[in-house]
Design a protein around this ligand. Sequence first.
Ligand SMILES: Nc1ncnc2c1ncn2[C@@H]1O[C@H](COP(=O)(O)OP(=O)(O)OP(=O)(O)O)[C@@H](O)[C@H]1O
Length: 341
Amino acid sequence: MIATESLSKRYPRVTALDRLSVDIAPGVTGLVGANGAGKSTLIKILLGLSPASEGTAAVLGLDVATEGGAIRERVGYMPEHDCLPPDVSATEFVVHMARMSGLPPTAARERTADTLRHVGLYEERYRPIGGYSTGMKQRVKLAQALVHDPQLVFLDEPTNGLDPAGRDEMLGLIRRVHRDFGISVLVTSHLLGELERTCDHVVVIDGGKLLRSSATDEFTQATTSLAVEVTDSDAHPDGLRALREALTAAGAVTGPAAGPGEGNPAATGRLLYVEAAGEETYDLVRDTVAELGLGLVRMEQRRHRIAEVFRDRADDSSTAPAPRDERPAAPEAAPAGAPDA
Ligand SMILES: Nc1ncnc2c1ncn2[C@@H]1O[C@H](COP(=O)(O)OP(=O)(O)OP(=O)(O)O)[C@@H](O)[C@H]1O
C-alpha cells in the first residue's frame, strides 16, 4: 500500500528523513517517533506535497514524484495543526472539502452528513467551528479526511491536545474507520501506548531513520511471566502478599507486585508476576490460591509492552531517545536511565 526506498529529505540545517526504506500493508499502521523524528515530513512526501531529496516512494502503486494529484484523490489527510476556518460551520466546511474532492453537490451534502455523524458531531455541526472544543475540531479534521471515501487516510497526531477520555474516543473512531469502511490508516503519534492498542502494525522512526517495522504482536510477544491477580480474604487482608510469600516458600520465583493503576484492564487491581517454569507453575498458583482461601481473578501470560522494547534498546546501547510511553511504568519495568515515561 505504501513503499519507500532509500527515501531522504534534507533541509538546509537538518536531515528530516535519512534513507528510509519501508513497506506498509493495508490495515491500521502506527508511525511512531519522538517530536522531530520526521513523521510529518514523510506524510507530506507521500502525499506528493513535498519533493524528496533522494530515493523513491509509491502510495497505492502511484509514484509520489509524478502522481501526487492521483494520490490525493484516493488518500485522505488529517493535518497535525489547527487549520480550520473559525467562521464557518462543520457542515459548510466539510461540504466544501467534499466539493473540492470532486463530489457533486448532492453527494457532497449526503456524504458530509454521514461522515459527521460517524465522527460523533450532531447538533453542533451547524455552529461556527471557532466555538468548538479541541476534541470537536479534531473530529472535523477527521471528517474532512474521510468525506471523499478514500482508500487510505493519513492521520497526523490525531490525539494531540485531547484529554485521556478524548484520546480513547479518537482511537476508537480510528479503529472503526478501518473496521466499518475498510479504509486503511496510517496514524502518527509520539505516544507508544496508544499505538499498541490501536494498530496492527507499528513503524518506528527516529532522526529520520527506520528503527523498526513490525506487527504489533511481535512487539508485544508473550514473556515467560504469569500475571496473577487475586482477591483478599478476611484471613488474608493483603491476599497478594500472602500469595507471594507462599509461592516463594514453595520455590516459585515471583516478581514485585505492580501498584494500582499499572495500566492494566483492572486499573485498580494489583498484580503479582510469577516466573513460569512450565505447566506445573499454573497448577502451583491455582492450588496455592485455593489453600489460602483467596479468589483467583486472573492468571495470564504477561506480554511485553512496546515501551519495554525501547527501554531494552536504550539500556543495551546509546540509541537515540525512543518515543514516549504515556502510561506509568510498572516498577519492575523501569530501570534507571529509561526514557521518559
Ligand atoms: N520546512 C522545513 N524546513 C526546515 N526544517 C524542517 C521543515 N519541516 C520540518 N523540518 C525539520 O525536520 C525535522 C523533522 O520534522 P517533522 O515535522 O517531520 O517531525 P515530526 O516527527 O512530524 O515531529 P512533530 O510531531 O513535532 O511535527 C525536524 O527537525 C524539523 O525541524
